[in-house]
Design a protein around this ligand. Structure first.
Ligand code: NAP
Ligand code: G4F
Length: 375
């Protein structure tokens, strides 16, 4: 049985990767941060399984990392932990550098300090943000980097230090340069999930309007569940190499938004430009959702808020997965763009309905307690 250690196990990718590795028969260990609130929702269903173990640690704490690595003695480390929000990196640049740049170095050094440099393979969660202010479209493994946010600059250090340790110490460590990948487990402040949740709320009368930033931004969006397979495949090759992981398709935020609303039964028309752009509901389809309210027609459901603009924004990401297809035998469009949006919207329609039902139960209980109906 192989042993894997995952940093960032509570995140979107960490949760899918854990499921993937458990299914492959791995003993899976994960590093979690201490928190006063419950943030383990994505892995709650795995806790208690015999081959699933959690350890406290933090990428900013090298002593803790050394302790975990020496205890677990992993065959493979997947370093997924990061302050992963690009806009947040403008507000917290030092923290982002500490975790996303120096944190990678700490993981590599922990492996060396534990005498595992010859044995342990390391996957580094690198990113298409490295291409930033892009110098070539589409982007492949040879495209020059031009990082365009504190997040991307920190991740660039991570990329280079992994390459350096591979060459200097002959360690099996490599980077997956992953383009955006989304899912029903995506954090709620990333644009895709923000859209699918808002579309579901608006369709159920729980929200009036969605505010977005740059709707013209272009991304290559894949499904996170498909992408974790690549992380594993990258570590199973004879030679350590870096790979671009992407679908090879490009879409705008506006297009994602229009399609997400469509899956709730709402048709949008986008009008205007820049900060004045809006999306108006032109029709509702009750065959998709019989509960849709007729009054939505004619209402402005999406507006632009400059609060979501970034000091520098990456606007033209489009990956070329030729190498991954050829060497890893990976199918980049196992889940299509349309399927991805449908999965997310269907999930969020159910979530919003369930949240509403739970809220109703709480309201009823409060009322019964007040009236003395229940004691
Ligand atoms: P995510 O959902 O934001 O998860 C990030 C994980 O990192 C969480 O488990 C978080 O723990 C953990 N973390 C943050 N700071 C930490 C610290 N100081 N010490 C230890 N753990 C820490 O991100 P994701 O979407 O799964 O992405 C996984 C990795 O891939 C990240 O490195 C991200 O930068 C990179 N990446 C993502 C994409 C994408 O499109 N999703 C594309 C390219 C690269 P808490 O739960 O405690 O916050
Ligand atoms: O969903 P986003 O926040 O993702 P972004 O910045 O591309 O970063 C994600 O993908 C990277 C891979 O390329 C990862 F490395 C990183 O960790 C993260 O997972 O924004 C996508 C685009 C941006 O251009 C942004 O300006 O959408 C635009 N956008 C427009 N309105 C918005 C919004 N982004 C967010 N978060 N919120 C908005 O309201």
């Amino acid at each position: 049985m192989k042993t894997a250690l995952i940093t960032g196990i509570t995140g979107q990718d960490g949760s899918y990767l854990s499921e993937f590795l458990l299914n492959k028969g791995y003993d899976v260990h994960g590093i979690i941060r201490r928190s006063s609130t419950d943030y383990r929702e994505r892995i709650a269903h795995l806790e208690g399984k015999p081959h699933f173990h959690l350890h406290y640690g933090d990428l900013s704490d090298s002593m803790g990392l050394i302790q975990v690595v020496s205890k677990v003695r992993p065959d493979e480390i997947y370093n997924l932990a990061a302050q992963s929000h690009v806009q947040v990196s403008f507000d917290s640049p030092e923290f982002t550098a500490n975790v996303d740049a120096t944190g990678v170095l700490r993981v590599l050094e922990a492996v060396r300090a534990c005498g595992l440099a010859d044995k342990c393979r390391i996957y580094q969660a690198s990113t298409s943000e490295l291409y930033g202010k892009v110098e070539e479209v589409p982007q492949n493994e040879n495209t020059p980097f031009h990082p365009y946010s504190p997040y991307a600059v920190a991740k660039l250090y991570g990329y280079w230090i992994v390459k350096e340790y591979r060459e200097a110490y002959n360690m099996y460590c490599c980077s997956g340069i992953l383009f955006n990948h989304e899912s029903e487990r995506r954090g709620e402040t990333f644009v895709t999930r923000k859209i699918t949740l808002a579309a579901a709320r608006i369709a159920q009368g729980k929200q009036d309007c969605l505010y977005l930033g740059n709707m013209s931004s272009l991304r290559d969006w894949g499904y996170a569940k498909d992408y974790v397979e690549c992380m594993w495949l990258i570590l199973q090759q004879d030679k350590a190499e870096d790979f671009v992981i992407a679908t090879g398709e490009q879409h705008s935020v506006r297009e994602f938004c229009g399609k997400a609303f469509k899956y709730t039964g709402i048709t949008l028309r986008f009008d205007g430009e820049g900060e004045n752009e809006v999306a108006i509901c032109t029709a509702i389809d009750k065959s998709v959702n019989p509960k849709l309210c007729d009054e939505l027609v004619g209402k402005t459901l999406v507006r632009v808020s400059p609060d979501f603009y970034r000091p520098t924004d990456v606007v033209n990401l489009w990956g070329d997965p030729t190498k991954a297809k050829a060497k890893l035998g990976w199918n980049p469009t196992k889940t299509s763009f349309e399927q991805l949006i449908r999965i997310m919207v269907e999930h969020d329609m159910k979530k919003v309905a369930a949240d509403h039902a739970a809220e109703q139960v709480r309201t009823n209980l409060a009322e019964y307690l007040e009236k003395g109906i229940v004691k």
